[in-house]
Design a protein around this ligand. Structure first.
Ligand SMILES: NC(=O)c1ccc[n+]([C@@H]2O[C@H](COP(=O)([O-])OP(=O)(O)OC[C@H]3O[C@@H](n4cnc5c(N)ncnc54)[C@H](OP(=O)(O)O)[C@@H]3O)[C@@H](O)[C@H]2O)c1
Length: 268
């Protein structure tokens, strides 16, 4: 029988920690009673989970019962949190860090003897359409992460920890790039003459519809793009601006490199 993963202790129930809690409760793979949440200023998800039976800011003894610990505070503040937390964590607990840039070596020093896993999720785990890149030096850690994150979306096993910088840049941070695109499209549509509300509705629908087709058809993005692009038509005119001479490739390559660089800095 697979080892138990609960209770699950989530340290830092902010945007991402809260999204994970929301996803597990939605998927019903972790019940409120199996959750222990720690956050000085708990958000709405944590408060609502607490009303359903999760332990919120419980005692060290409650935290010691956790079989899995999710570290979800900001990378800049993790060391102080770890110093306080480590003595309370069971020797055989699995430590899953979703913090950008924080290396397994440093986590292993802070939580000696525990199985260490790094996971880079996206916020869409809250609606079970997320992604999670997983790396661990040990099979037990990988297995625990797979079981916890598969119900929340796609899981990708990384071959080396160093790939986590790119996974952070191309996945964890990537929803923000897509939202920025929607914001830009909305502004461009309004600037070109549409009313604000119409521009908003159409820009959002472009993303939501395109994402749904990607998911429903399973087709490659390039194939779906070609289906919208008639030779000599309007879309082709726009794509000439966007992708000609690798303009978009170049922009995204630079964006991903900048994010991966920042991830490396956070870990040093
Ligand atoms: N947001 C994303 O899309 C995303 C994606 C992938 C990975 N991540 C990673 O997830 C982590 C959290 O990011 P976030 O965007 O969720 O940040 P966030 O919204 O600021 O959440 C962090 C939470 O942790 C709380 N906290 C701070 N110190 C704590 C402590 N000692 N014990 C317990 N809780 C503590 C914070 O409270 P205060 O606000 O009161 O300090 C805050 O509520 C980061 O390491 C980030 O790299 C985020």
């Amino acid at each position: 029988m697979a080892p138990r993963l609960s209770p699950v202790l989530v340290v830092g129930a902010g945007h991402m920690g809260g999204a994970l809690v929301a996803g597990w409760l939605r998927a019903r793979t972790v019940t409120p009673a199996e959750l222990i949440l720690r956050d000085p200023v708990p958000g709405t998800v944590a408060q609502s989970a607490a009303r359903e039976g999760a332990v919120l800011n419980g005692s060290p003894a409650a935290m010691a019962t956790a079989r899995t610990v999710i570290l979800a505070v900001k990378p800049q503040t993790w060391r102080a949190m770890a110093t306080e937390l480590a003595p309370c964590v069971a020797r055989d607990a699995v430590i899953i860090s979703i913090m950008a840039g924080v290396a397994a070596r440093d986590l292993a020093e802070a939580f000696p003897g525990r199985s260490i896993v790094r996971v880079m999720p996206t916020t869409a785990v809250a609606v079970l359409k997320g992604a999670a890149s997983v790396w661990s030096a040990d099979a037990r850690g990988r297995e625990a992460a797979r079981r916890l994150f598969e119900p929340l979306g796609a899981v990708v096993d990384l071959e080396e920890e160093a790939q986590m910088h790119v996974a952070t840049a191309a996945s964890g941070s990537a929803p923000a790039y897509v939202y920025a695109l929607v914001e830009s499209l909305e502004a461009a549509a309004a600037g070109a003459g549409l009313g604000r509300e119409a521009a908003r509705t159409l820009a959002r629908s472009a993303l939501i519809g395109a994402a749904a087709l990607l998911e429903d058809t399973g087709a490659e993005a390039g194939e779906l793009r070609r289906q919208v692009t008639s030779p000599g038509g309007t879309t082709e005119a726009a794509l000439r601006v966007l992708i000609q001479d690798g303009a978009l490739d170049d922009l995204l390559a630079r964006a991903v490199a900048a994010a991966a660089g920042r991830s490396r800095e956070l870990g040093s």
